[in-house]
Write a protein of this length. Structure first.
Length: 159
C-alpha cells in the first residue's frame, strides 16, 4: 500500500551521518543513477529502482519538482518481477521431453544435459510470455528531522 492510501504499514528510519550541502542536487543525481528500468520488452526477470511517488511509470528525475515537496524528498521504489509458475514449467518441460523422445526413437530416456537444456529453453519461452508483476513502496524523507518513512514492514523488502 502506498503512502497516499487509506491504510498503510510504515517503518521509520533515522538518517545519521554527514548530509550533503545541496540535498536537492545529491538526491537528483542518486535517484537518476538508480532509477527504475522497465522490463516489459525484455526477458529480464527482475528490476528494482526509483520512480515518482505520484506515477510509478515515470522514472526520470530531471527536475526537483519530480521528488521534492517542501522540506520532504518523496519517491517510490518499484519492483517488477516475472515468475513462471512451477506447475506450468513442469507441464511444458514434460511435453518437451516427450517431443525429444518422439524425435529420437533410439533414446529410452532424455540424457541429463539435454534435460537441463530443454528445461531452460522451456523456462525462457514461458518467461517471454509472462508479464512482470509490479510492486511499489513509497518513501518520504523529512530532511529537517532526518526521518525516513518507508511504506512496508517486510524485512526482505526493507533490506
Amino acid at each position: 500500500m502506498g503512502i497516499l492510501a487509506n491504510t498503510v504499514s510504515i517503518c521509520h528510519f533515522r538518517v545519521e551521518g554527514q548530509m550533503p550541502l545541496d540535498l536537492t542536487t545529491a538526491s537528483a543525481e542518486n535517484l537518476a543513477r538508480t532509477a527504475f528500468s522497465p522490463i516489459d520488452e525484455s526477458l529480464d526477470e527482475l528490476s528494482i529502482g526509483w520512480v515518482h511517488l505520484d506515477d510509478s511509470k515515470l522514472h526520470t528525475f530531471a527536475s526537483p519538482a519530480d521528488f521534492q515537496r517542501g522540506d520532504y524528498v518523496v519517491f517510490s521504489m518499484r519492483r517488477d518481477q516475472r515468475k513462471v509458475p512451477a506447475a506450468l514449467l513442469k507441464e511444458y518441460t514434460e511435453k518437451a521431453y516427450a517431443q525429444f523422445l518422439a524425435d529420437n526413437p533410439t533414446y529410452t530416456r532424455v540424457p541429463k544435459l539435454k534435460k537441463e537444456d530443454l528445461k531452460e529453453q522451456t523456462r525462457v519461452a514461458l518467461l517471454a510470455k509472462t508479464l512482470p508483476t509490479p510492486q511499489t513502496y513509497d518513501l518520504v524523507w523529512d530532511a529537517k528531522r532526518n526521518l525516513v518513512t518507508f511504506t512496508t514492514l517486510s524485512s526482505k523488502t526493507i533490506e
